[in-house]
Design a protein. Structure first.
Length: 437
C-alpha cells in the first residue's frame, strides 16, 4: 500500500533525524514520525552540539546557510559555587569550531529541513502509540489518529523495520519488550531549564563574550543546594540558557520541587547579578536518562532497533548526548541497510547493531561510568563540602598580602582539616581513582 515504508523512525530528535538522513542518502524509503508540531517543537532548551558527529550527516557543516547554531564554544569549564562566592575554571579552546551552543527548537527544525531535502518523509504532529505485529515480528506502527477521523491519512503504517528514537520516556521501547518496567527515580536526572534574555549588551559585559565567542559552563555546588547534580549556563546568540539538573530520587526523597531549586539557584548573589534585568523567554523541564549500562535496554528485537536517549546513551561526566544520539542513529542505519539488502529483519540479523555498538566508545564509556551514580549518591559531600573548602582556601590564598605565608598555609590546612580532614581528602582521591581504574 501507499502507507508502507522500508523503515519507520519514531521521534525527530538528533538520533532519529541522523538515522533518517543516513538511510535516505542510501536510497531507502524512510518515514520519520514526530509528535511535536515540528521537529524540535518539543525540545525548547539549548545545549552544546559537537561538529564531529554532525559532520557525519551534514558534511558541509559548518559552512551552511542558514546556520543552525548560536555561538561557537570558545570557553568552557566549571563554576564551583560555594555559599559565599564562586571559583571559575575556564578553558579557552584552541579549536572553537569543535562545538557550538544551540537551541534545539531551531537546530532540530533545521536538521529536519535538511532531512527532507535528502528524501526523508516526515510526519509531524503525529504520535505513535503502538506497533503492528505479525507473530513476534514488529511490522509497523499504530498512530493516535482516531479511526473516526475521516480523511485519507492512515492510522496504521507498515514497515519492514521500526527504529525507536523516542527519547528518554521510552514508552514504545517498553511496549516492544526491550526493557522491563519504567525507569526508577535514581536512573534519571530532572533538568529545569530557562532561556533568559538579558538587557542589550549585558551578556557581553557580564560574561566577557564578544561576537563569535561563546561560553559553555557546568556549575556545581550551591547551585543544587549542595545536592548531587549540576547546573549549566550556555551563551546563545542573544540569550542565555540556564538550568539545574538533579536526580529525580533526590527530589522525591527530600520532597523538593524542582522549580524551587531553580529559583533558589537564581537567588545566589553570583547569578542574581548576572541575571539582573533578565526576562524569561522559555521555561521547561526535561529528563536526562542516566540508567547507564546497568539499565541498558535490549537494543534490537524482531523488526525493531532502539537509538539515542531511549537507550540511555548519555555521558553525564563528559556532557555528551546529542553526539551519541547521532552515532547510534548512524549505526542503526547501517544495520538497517544491511538487513534491507538481505531482506531479513529478524532479531538475529538486527543483532549486528548491538555488535557495532559494543565495539564503539559509547558502550565502553558506559561501562567505565557504570558505578558513577552510586558513587555520587554515596559521596554527596563532593557537592557541598568541597566547593566551600575550595572557595575559602582560595580566599585566604588570594588575600595573603602583608602576612607571614606560613600562617596562611596553616590556616588553609586548618580549613581542609575542619571540613573534610586530610585523611578524608586522601580517601576521596583514592576512591575517584578506583572508580575509573
Ligand atoms: P530527543 O531529542 O529527546 O528526541 C526524541 C523525539 O521523539 C522528540 O522530538 C519527541 O517529541 C519524539 N517522540 C517521543 N515519543 C514519540 C511518539 N510516541 N511518537 C512520535 N514522536 C515521539 N547533550 C549534549 O550533547 N550536549 C549538551 O550540552 C546537552 N545538554 C543537555 C541539557 C539538558 C537540560 C538536557 C535535558 C539534555 C542535554 N543533552 C545534551 C542531552 C541531549 O539533549 C539528548 O541526549 C539528545 O537530545 C537525545 O536525542 P534523541 O534524538 O535520542 O532524543
Amino acid at each position: 500500500s501507499d502507507f508502507s515504508f522500508d523503515v519507520v523512525i519514531v521521534g525527530g530528535g538528533p538520533a532519529g533525524l541522523a538515522c533518517g538522513i543516513h538511510l535516505a542518502k542510501k536510497g531507502v524509503k524512510v518515514l520519520l514520525i514526530e509528535r511535536g508540531r515540528f521537529c524540535g517543537g518539543k525540545n525548547l532548551f539549548g545545549g552544546v552540539i559537537y561538529s564531529e558527529s554532525l559532520k557525519e550527516i551534514v558534511p558541509e557543516f559548518p559552512k551552511v546557510d542558514p546556520f543552525p547554531a548560536e555561538r561557537p564554544v570558545t570557553e568552557e569549564g566549571y563554576f564551583i559555587v560555594s555559599k559565599e562566592g564562586v571559583v571559575k575554571i575556564l578553558h579557552t579552546k584552541k579549536t572553537p569550531e569543535e562545538s557550538f551552543t544551540a537551541l534545539r527548537a531551531k537546530f532540530d527544525n533545521w536538521l529536519s529541513e535538511y532531512a527532507l531535502k535528502k528524501g526523508v518523509f516526515i510526519a509531524p504532529k503525529t504520535k505513535v502509540v503502538d506497533f503492528l505485529w505479525k507473530g513476534s515480528q514488529i511490522t509497523g506502527v499504530v498512530l493516535d489518529r482516531p479511526k473516526s477521523f475521516q480523511d485519507d491519512r492512515p492510522t496504521e503504517i507498515s514497515a519492514k523495520l521500526v527504529i525507536l528514537a523516542e527519547g528518554v520516556n521510552r514508552v514504545l521501547t517498553e511496549k516492544a519488550g526491550l526493557v522491563y518496567g519504567p525507569f526508577k527515580p535514581e536512573e534519571v536526572v530532572l533538568a529545569v531549564k530557562e532561556v533568559l534574555q538579558l538587557p542589550k549588551g549585558a551578556m557581553e559585559v557580564r560574561l566577557g563574550v564578544s561576537e563569535n565567542k561563546g561560553l559553555a559552563v557546568e556549575i556545581i555546588g550551591e547551585i543544587t543546594s549542595g545536592l548531587p547534580g549540576t547546573g549549566f549556563l550556555y551563551t546563545n546568540k542573544t540569550t542565555l540558557s540556564f538550568g539545574v539538573g538533579i536526580f529525580l530520587k533526590t527530589l522525591v526523597d527530600l520532597n523538593l520541587k524542582p522549580y524551587e531549586l531553580h529559583e533558589k539557584a537564581k537567588e545566589h548573589s553570583i547569578f542574581k547579578e548576572l541575571f539582573q534585568g533578565a526576562e524569561t523567554l522559555e521555561y521547561g523541564a526535561h529528563l536526562i536518562p542516566e540508567w547507564g549500562i546497568k539499565g541498558l535496554p535490549k537494543l534490537y528485537g524482531n523488526g525493531v532497533l532502539v537509538i539515542g536517549d531511549s537507550a540511555g546513551l548519555v555521558n553525564p561526566l563528559f556532557r555528551e548526548g546529542t553526539n551519541l544520539a547521532i552515532y547510534s542513529g548512524l549505526m542503526a542505519a547501517d544495520t538497517a541497510f544491511s538487513a534491507l539488502e538481505k531482506g531479513d529483519f529478524s532479531a538475529k540479523t538486527l543483532k549486528t547493531y548491538e555488535d557495532r555498538f559494543k565495539e564503539s566508545y559509547i558502550y565502553k564509556d558506559l561501562i567505565l561510568l557504570k558505578d558513577l551514580k552510586e558513587f555520587l549518591f554515596r559521596n554527596s559531600h563532593f557537592f557541598s563540602i568541597y566547593p566551600d573548602m575550595l572557595y575559602q582556601s582560595l580566599s585566604l590564598y588570594f588575600s595573603a598580602q602583608g602576612r607571614y605565608k606560613r600562617d596562611v598555609i596553616r590556616e588553609i590546612f586548618g580549613i581542609i582539616r575542619k571540613k573534610r580532614g586530610l585523611f578524608g581528602v586522601l580517601k576521596d582521591f583514592l576512591n575517584i581513582g578506583r572508580l575509573f581504574w
